[in-house]
Design a protein around this ligand. Structure first.
Ligand code: 3ON
Ligand code: FE
Length: 493
């Protein structure tokens, strides 16, 4: 059946929208159990914990949210030990989650279209942000942190997943100050004698935008913080680092706050993509005191980028790999996100950008035209030249479609390997885990959650990263589904 789909990608789709919609049902229960339903074998060397974050609820007591990005954060945890695996999930007890669950109704406006019931009068002049902590989860400095890009991290107990409070890094972060959901981990920081460090940012948008850079050491202390003002409004979700630089893509967008202020539209619905304006690339030195420290702003073609894969320096050039959309998919005010017409939206495609820092010019090249999103790579290669990346991908080679497959790309040879869960499986973000003691870049595993519409449950899938053609080496069947998530991480501690 799979073969027929592959040969006929245009006439017959590899999925049905009804199947795909199943992954957007709320999961209200919180579970805690050993996973006994396993196909294949969990590698004995795979030891550690996979943490995932994403919206767990798409409604508050039956009142529907307008967009999945407005959903309350829920952590899923899979711990691997001695060939077995344990599952646990828990909602983050944010102030907003607790208040809304208690009230049994929507009390906050969401960034992506969710409004309080009662029309514009109920929403006018309400600028409160609900920190929903739903975008990423990291283990760093001995703490488990749930991240959302517009506010401070939540601290969780790594064992019970209980919400313990919010993280301010000894007051270096102020109340309500943002700490993005896309930190990058420098495996060997030049300023810290080759120790790993976490690099993150915050965006404070306005007529001009403040970008603040944070660098956090292994002990979880902010050791460097510097802020930069750049012209214009910014909607920046992710960035990349090299040993010397932080690089941001300022997508061409315009923000009209009036409908937001008047309670007619959410903030996210007031962002308009500007297809005829260039993308600006902001290059900020990580160590302003030691470097020819000038922020540089370069220009390239229009496009919208949520996620980057990696960047590295080659002489006076920086290479950056990113997933770019022809335009920002607009959040339609009166629509239901479950009824999306995939064919009417542009697919994310993988581009490489070449920045020349001397003459400040940019070249770009399309690397992969297949619809793809949610990249990962070996953590040892972050900010460095690298050969392999792994990414969620559509089953079909052309067109826009939900993610159903995992694609491995060898950037040197151009070779590709695709492992597909179509027709009834839907793919989440993959995570690359190196095999302990590995020397080769692709010696390890790729872990991902796959929603299986046939059973309305999710699987934890393990692939051998060095060879996708083996298929899944293990498939762990959970007792329930996990809604389509956003990001996560693996820790062997
Ligand atoms: O008014 C400003 C603009 C703005 C949009 C200020 C602001 C900081 C409040 C703001 C907020 C931004 C936020 C909260 C962004 C959150 C983004 C988020 C939760 C997720 C983004 C996901 C991106 C992608 C590409 C997801 C892909 C998903 C799939 C392929 C489906 O499975
Ligand atoms: Fe993201």
């Amino acid at each position: 059946q799979n073969l027929k789909i592959q040969q006929n990608p245009i006439l017959e789709k590899s999925y049905t929208r009804a199947d795909w919609q199943g992954g957007y049902q709320s999961l209200k229960e919180e579970f805690d159990y050993w996973i006994d339903d396993v196909e294949g074998e969990i590698p004995l060397e795979l030891q550690g914990t996979l943490f995932r974050n994403g919206p767990g609820l798409f409604d508050v007591n039956g009142q529907r949210l307008h967009h999945p990005f407005d959903g309350d954060g829920m952590i899923s945890r899979v711990t691997f030990a001695n060939g077995r695996a344990h599952f646990r999930n828990r909602f983050i007890r944010t102030e907003g989650y607790v208040a809304e669950q208690q009230a049994g109704k929507i009390l906050y406006r969401g960034v992506f279209g969710t409004q309080k019931p009662g029309g514009w009068l109920a929403n006018i002049f309400d600028f409160k942000l609900k920190n929903i902590a739903n975008t990423n989860v990291i283990y760093w400095g001995g703490q488990l942190l749930a991240l959302w890009e517009a506010a401070e991290p939540h601290i969780l107990d790594p064992h019970t997943l209980e919400t313990l409070g919010r993280e301010y890094f000894n007051g270096v972060l102020s109340t309500g100050e943002a700490f993005s959901a896309h930190p990058r981990f420098d495996p060997s920081c030049e300023q810290d004698g080759g120790e790993p460090c976490l690099v993150n940012f915050s965006i404070k948008p306005g007529l001009s935008t403040t970008i603040t850079i944070f660098e956090v050491n292994l002990a979880g202390q902010i050791v460097r913080k510097h802020a930069h003002s750049v012209p214009g409004f910014c909607f920046i979700h992710d960035f990349v680092i090299t040993p010397q630089y932080c690089i941001f893509f300022q997508n061409p967008v315009k923000f009209n706050p009036i409908p937001f202020v008047l309670g007619i539209r959410s903030a996210g619905e007031c962002i308009d993509f500007q297809p005829h304006q260039p993308t600006r690339i902001i290059v900020i030195p990580r160590f302003p005191q030691t470097k020819e420290a000038k922020v540089k702003i370069l220009e390239t073609q229009s496009g919208f980028i949520f996620h980057h894969i990696n960047a590295f320096e080659v002489g006076n050039e920086i290479f950056i790999d990113s997933i770019s959309y022809e335009s920002l998919p607009e959040v339609e005010p009166e629509s239901d996100f479950r009824q999306v017409n995939f064919d009417a939206v542009s697919p994310g495609q993988l581009w490489r950008f070449y920045l020349n820092l001397d003459d400040e010019t940019v070249q770009s090249k399309l690397i992969e035209s297949r619809c793809c999103e949610f990249p990962t790579l070996n953590p040892a290669n972050v900010g460095r030249n690298y050969q392999y990346l792994y990414i969620g991908a559509a089953h079909a080679e052309t067109g826009n479609a939900p993610l159903q497959a995992l694609l491995k790309i060898d950037l040197e040879s151009g070779k590709r390997q695709l492992w597909s869960a179509a027709p009834r499986g839907f793919m989440g973000e993959p995570i690359f885990v190196p095999r302990p003691g590995s020397k080769k870049e692709d010696d390890g595993w790729v872990l991902a959650l796959v929603y299986d519409a046939a059973t309305h449950r999710s699987d934890v899938v393990i692939l051998d990263a060095s060879d996708f053609s083996k298929g899944a080496i293990a498939r762990l069947h959970l007792k329930h589904h996990i809604p389509y998530g956003l990001h996560g991480s693996f820790t062997s501690e």
